[in-house]
Design a protein around this ligand. Structure first.
Ligand code: FES
Length: 261
């Protein structure tokens, strides 16, 4: 090997690492967390049922917006411009690729999966398996540079999820409505704390004093931005909890806890 840790200029150390601590624990936990979400979201997206509770207006975010004739009556808040879909196409197929792209290209998730899944590097002072480093200049990692465009679509989808949550509240108040609202508030916090959003708010300015509104926005986004990692994990959890609750109510496994009708 002529490059990476095998480059002629690097010290000749045969061991994979000289670290004696449990450096593999954080990448392992990250892998398990991401895997749990990916498996759950994939199964639910292809399930094609238990995503809508007509009585209380609960629509899971995994199926929103639902825009085809295959959607259950009442679940298409924006009409059905698309015909019936074959079973192998998830009903939320228009939003899912963008949401996935938004998360995959997120600066925090990059850090997480570069260290765990991609192992580039796995941890400080641990030799990485790759023999060459090309950064984000080649396919597929060059797609990371499209993050800002995924942000625009995610922003739009957050508006749609907000509409879904408000619509649920027009059916009275139940635990499901509270879960939908908490989920959408946290989704907004995650979306607005995005590094691209911070740059859109205050980037490329030479003088903050000449742009007080953008400076104020940048300050607010920056405060959220320091919590981006926590929000990234919290929203993965709230998405699962929200979908799980809607699924359990829609399937009849549990009844919605009603506060008032
Ligand atoms: Fe994480 Fe943009 S940096 S969503």
């Amino acid at each position: 090997m002529k490059s990476g840790v095998g480059a002629p200029t690097r010290a000749r150390i045969p061991d994979k690492t000289l670290r004696t601590d449990r450096w593999w624990v954080p990448p392992l936990l990250t892998n398990l967390g991401l895997l749990t979400f990916v498996v759950y979201a994939t199964i639910r997206s292809f399930m094609g049922k238990w995503y809508w509770v007509e009585e209380f207006g609960y629509l899971t975010p995994f199926y929103s917006p639902c825009l085809s004739d295959s959607c259950l009556p009442g679940s298409s808040h924006f009409g059905t411009p698309l015909p019936e879909l074959p079973g192998w196409i998830p009903l939320g197929f228009l939003a899912l690729p963008f949401l996935l792209g938004f998360r995959l290209t997120c600066y925090y998730y990059r850090k997480a999966y570069y260290r765990s899944v991609w192992q580039s590097p796995t941890a400080c002072a641990v030799a990485e398996p790759h023999d060459r480093y090309t950064g984000e200049t080649r396919f597929p990692l060059i797609i990371q540079n499209a993050h800002r465009y995924f942000f625009y679509v995610a922003f739009l989808i957050s508006i749609i999820n907000t509409y879904d949550a408000i619509l649920a509240l027009t059916h009275g108040l139940g635990l499901g409505g509270i879960i939908l609202v908490v989920n959408v508030v946290l989704l907004w916090a995650y979306t607005l704390s995005c590094h691209s959003c911070r740059h859109i708010a205050g980037g490329r300015l030479k003088h903050f004093s000449k742009h007080p509104v953008r400076y104020r926005l940048w300050t607010l986004v920056s405060k959220l931005n320091v919590r981006h990692m926590q929000l990234a994990w919290t929203t993965l959890a709230t998405l699962i909890i929200t979908d799980l609750y809607v699924m359990l109510v829609a399937s009849g496994a549990i009844s919605d806890l009603r506060i008032f009708s």
